[in-house]
Design a protein. Sequence first.
Length: 430
Amino acid sequence: MPGMCVVGLQWGDEAKGKIVDLLGDDTDLVVRYNGGANAGHTVVVNGKAFKLSLLPTGVIRPNVESVIGNGVVVYPPRFIEEVENLEKGGIDVSGSLFVSDHAHVIFPYHMEEERLLESGGEGKIGTTGRGIGPCYQDKVGRRFGIRVGELLRESHLRDKLKFVVPFKNKLMSAFATGTDGKAFDANAIADEYLGYAERLRPHVVDTSRMLHDALAAGKKIIFEAAQGSLLDVDHGTYPYVTSSSSLPSGIWGGTGVPAKFVTRIIGVVKAYTTRVGQGPCPTELLDGPDGIGERIRKIGREYGTVTGRPRRVGWFDAVAVRYTAALSGADEITLMLLDVLSGLPELKLCVAYDLDGERVTHFPSDAYQLERCKPIYESIPGWSEDITGARKLSDLPLGARKYVERISELVGLKVSVVSVGPDRAQSIMM
Ligand code: IMP
């Protein structure tokens, strides 16, 4: 098994970090291939919590090399902050963290561009505000994109920013209303980023070559997706998606590792659904402050790691997960946060949609069609017991076992892990 991918099959925040951690003993490298500091996970090591949004979760393991692939967009201040926080916590990543010289860099004008675009009601996506979309736009637009490798060449960087920044200022003033607009200074940005470049320099390599060498040496790699499959720019609920390929199809482009090396794909799902930002979510529970949605949000601590926004919460949507399981080529699913549902007398599973009066069992990834879909549910009796101490399937009450079995049937994949709490040990390996 040279390469495996851990990918979320919903709208992100499926607790992928825990699965990467469980698999970590048997891996040499952990690689991120998409997104940027819009992802977020908290990893606990020896009782100390580390918040990571840009670095791969592998950084917390002493014998694992961590790689930020070319498909990721890098905000250097965040990179430095996360490295420093790790150092403060006694974790040294100086020889084990690598970033691609081809990864694109996020600049302050990207964040400003995003702020201006998101401040009007029309066309709002509900982004994380980290400059992700504008940076990817510059990457594919080719004229304004700046890669990590370019930060390391002073005169080149100064010249390039002298070309890019005046265009950005014009764009910004066209978008801005009143005194809203900010003008950027190319030299000031160059000075600031040249400072960051020196902190990044020891970590910058040609990561594609590094990964090819690792594969040739028989090393094992975990590819860690950021965001969830339903936020994939091509196959997600466009336009309410992120700007990168979060499905495993992003690995080839985002790292340079050919698909044939990725021989196991692990789809991670929550026992219910969450979504942050705008866009349709057919099973969303809008049942008020005393309702089930709020109860799940509180117990599951469903607030965004990056933005702190309350996540939208809903019942498990088997139609959506069947779709992403097919797209990702998942071999198995891991079912996370099952313990959060304990104590609910009745659980619902979405098995189909009503679309304009017709029952459909396929997922319309066109957000405008999905907005019109109403969930068709199957009910399952819940369980009252606390399951956080369960360590094997037979420890689970009958209701919980039935719930796991039914999800497996509806998605058409085996469930390989059931997670019943945040701790590593709170996992049922099937
Ligand atoms: P962006 O990635 O910041 O451009 O945001 C686009 C959409 O993806 C918004 O709805 C965000 O809330 C969502 N999003 C981005 N990253 C994550 C994540 O890691 N988890 C969940 N949602 C995310």
